[in-house]
Design a protein around this ligand. Structure first.
Ligand code: ADP
Length: 237
């Protein structure tokens, strides 16, 4: 059963890539329902369809068939314009490489999305987010004056400004040392508990997956199985 309150509900989603005579079924009948405030990790070997799942679920890419409900709206039926508006208001995206603007301070980076939409950033929300992420003292620094872990926390703050229902994270710990990685995963958990946001994270990192509430393992474009987080750290990649 899915309800409009589910941040994400995918039903029988398929996507193939074609080049010449070759067809790769990157997603093959994938169904996945995510509850509000859940922290989900998607794992699996390289080529198993993790990135395709993330890109389709977040509306960055289109699927061939099936339905994808973001906050109850089927994004497979939206015009490009409506999809862009929904993505801006309901989703956030975290990349492995942080993607901060080098010539702007941490604060300017964080408030960039609302400013881009000519909206005044919500000061109370900004204060709550930077406090939750522990970056109050870093706001006037430029990205090259921040460690990798600090830059990633600024990127998380930026993605939180629109008060998204769901945060999509693509290998967010991939460039971090293990201490910064631990800290970021704690923050994801904290954001789900304190700010009610859902996190869907693609990761190769078994230790990172083990910190989630649910772990989905992909194989050949399908959900192979759902693992308990405490066992995810022990299974083969
Ligand atoms: P993962 O993130 O688990 O490494 P991907 O979702 O990137 O897996 O890829 C799933 C399958 O789809 C792989 O076989 C990959 O080679 C193929 N694939 C991904 N993107 C493209 C593309 N743009 N064109 C052709 N094949 C692609």
């Amino acid at each position: 059963m899915t309800t409009p309150t589910h941040p994400l509900a995918m039903q029988h989603v398929a996507k193939a890539y074609r080049s010449g005579d070759t067809v790769v079924q990157a997603l093959d009948d994938v169904s996945l329902t995510v509850a509000p405030g859940e922290f989900i990790a998607v794992t699996g070997p390289s080529g198993s369809g993790k990135s395709t799942l993330l890109h389709c679920a977040s509306g960055l890419d289109t699927c061939d068939s099936g339905s994808i409900l973001l906050g109850g709206t089927d994004i497979t039926r939206l015009s490009d314009r409506k999809l862009t508006l929904l993505r801006r208001s309901a989703t956030g995206f975290i990349f492995q490489a942080y993607n901060l603007m080098k010539t702007k301070t941490a604060r300017e980076n964080i408030v960039y999305p609302p400013r881009l939409q000519k909206r005044r950033p919500d000061k109370d929300w900004l204060a709550q987010v930077v406090r939750t992420l522990g970056i109050e003292d870093l706001l006037d620094r430029y990205p090259n004056q921040l460690s990798g872990g600090q830059q990633q926390r600024v990127a998380v703050a930026r993605s939180m400004m629109a008060r998204p229902q769901i945060l999509f994270a693509d290998e967010p710990t991939g460039a971090l040392d293990s201490a910064s990685s631990d800290q970021l995963l704690d923050l994801f958990r904290w954001c789900t508990r304190q700010l009610g946001v859902t996190v869907l994270m693609v990761t190769h990192d078994r230790a990172a997956a083990a910190r989630a509430d649910r772990v989905i393992e992909m194989m050949d474009g399908r959900v192979r199985r759902e693992l308990r987080p405490e066992t995810a750290g022990a299974v083969a990649r």
